[in-house]
Design a protein around this ligand. Structure first.
Ligand code: ZN
Length: 321
């Protein structure tokens, strides 16, 4: 029998284990044009997601969900001049708009929940799990990243003129110099370095008490993912890295990143931590890591929640070969 490159890949696809990865909207990006948005707005099945910073607006009560009619969105105070088209769920258009922080709304009917809270609850089956289904979370991540990009791209980077939204929200055009601007995604390398059946984790001062996680950093211009992994670990922990293997990715809408998760082969053990970045950084045995994942560490140390790609990486190593 012929062996395939794909036979050795983990299943299920590791990226699907992360929060915000369940977006199933049909983007129809090849057909997207100037008429797409007005056609979507005229469709009675259109529903809009409403965001205020990184908070999603939810309907309160038994039918909790994140989808509103255009009329409801307007009544709540959404900015429909800057509504964007995310895609289609079956044939129903899905849009997104911003609610300004000054808007007051009926707290009995609606409430705003941070997308981090939604993702943590969704992955843990908590109180908000019904609302935080993977498809909704994925679409919210798309909405958050795009709406943030629009807010931060109001003026032409070439001539300074105010830019105009086009292509349903997937481009901004400069009416003065004809420059076109496209939504940005910022790549972040996040990695678990391993050596002698131990893994390298660190903690930043802003982490919850006792939490240790993978090291991470932005991929810089002109750099491969593998080189970014080697550079980040060298800079943050002083550990030399050899081979690097891609494992999973995660849309990370805080505000518009793509986390690229890798396992890295450490070639040295001594740690020289960057104390500006890390409060602590050390090696963890497989047994200690499993105790952290399972919430039974004697000193109460823990890993990030299940929705985070760091958790996916740490679990894949701790439970794997
Ligand atoms: Zn311009």
């Amino acid at each position: 029998m012929t062996r395939s490159l794909f036979d050795t890949l983990p299943s299920p696809e590791p990226s699907t284990l992360t929060g915000f990865s369940g977006n199933r909207l049909d983007r129809r990006s090849e057909q997207r044009n100037e008429a797409s948005l007005s056609a979507a707005l005229a469709d009675p099945s259109a529903r809009v997601m409403l965001l205020r910073g990184d908070e999603a607006m939810l309907r309160s009560g038994e039918a909790a969900n994140a989808l509103f009619t255009l009329r409801e969105a307007e009544a709540i105070g959404a900015d429909l001049d800057e509504v964007i088209l995310l895609g289609w769920a079956d044939s129903a258009p899905r849009l997104a708009a911003t609610i300004t922080s000054e808007t007051t709304f009926d707290a009995d009917s609606f409430h705003a929940v941070s997308m981090r809270t939604l993702a943590i609850n969704g992955a843990a089956g908590g109180l908000l799990a019904d609302t935080a289904d993977p498809e909704t979370l994925g679409a919210l991540a798309q909405a958050r990243a795009l709406l943030h990009w629009h807010r931060s791209s109001r003026f032409c980077g070439r001539c300074g003129t105010k830019t105009m939204m086009s292509q349903g929200g997937y481009r901004r055009d400069c009416p003065n110099c004809d420059a076109q601007f496209f939504p940005r995604t910022d790549p972040v390398a996040i990695m678990l370095a391993i050596r002698d059946d131990r893994c390298l984790m660190g903690r930043q001062a802003r982490f919850a008490a006792g939490t240790y996680s993978c090291l991470a950093g932005f991929v810089e211009p002109g750099e491969t993912i593998e080189d970014a992994v080697r550079r980040e670990i060298q800079e943050e922990a002083g550990v030399r890295i050899g081979r690097v293997a891609y494992h999973a990715s995660q849309p990370w809408p805080f505000p518009m990143s793509l986390m690229i998760g890798c396992i890295a082969e450490a070639l040295s053990s001594e740690i020289v931590p960057d104390t500006d970045e890390l409060e602590d950084c050390r090696w963890f045995s497989r047994d200690e890591t499993l105790a952290m994942l399972e919430g039974r560490h004697p000193d109460g140390l823990s890993t990030p929640p299940r929705m985070a790609i760091a958790h996916t990486l740490i679990r894949a190593w701790a439970e794997g070969d």
